[in-house]
Design a protein around this ligand. Structure first.
Ligand SMILES: [Zn+2]
Length: 115
């Protein structure tokens, strides 16, 4: 009778509405988790989990971007892995040095193909 359920919470996310929403993105366009979260009324962790699952499906690709705290824009540099992020980085817009860039790093996703 004791039915153990080892399916973790994040696995139960319905990817369908996320995929539907992503249909308006063209290949190469950036997808911000906050936009997914807001539009689909998901918790942040669920939005990330859904996006991770879609990465595994090859629909989108994960990148790291750095947010400039001075001009409040993302830098025009994309990193595939955290290790690629330099310790010293300057904003190309306002020319300020961004100290501790890892603390200003956000995950973004890029559309790979039309679903
Ligand atoms: Zn800046």
């Amino acid at each position: 009778m004791n039915q153990s359920n080892d399916v973790c919470e994040t696995k139960s996310i319905d990817l369908f509405p996320v995929k539907e929403f992503l249909k308006k993105y063209k290949p190469g366009e950036w997808i911000y988790p906050a936009v997914i979260q807001r539009n689909l009324k998901l918790y942040a962790k669920d939005a990330y989990a859904a996006l991770d699952a879609l990465c595994e499906e090859g629909l989108i690709e994960q990148y790291y971007r750095i947010y400039c705290p001075y001009c409040q824009q993302y830098l025009n540099q994309f990193f595939r892995v955290v290790n690629e992020i330099p310790a010293e980085i300057f904003c190309e817009d306002c020319d300020n040095e961004i100290t501790n860039p890892l603390e200003k790093t956000y995950l973004v996703y890029r559309m790979l193909k039309q679903n």
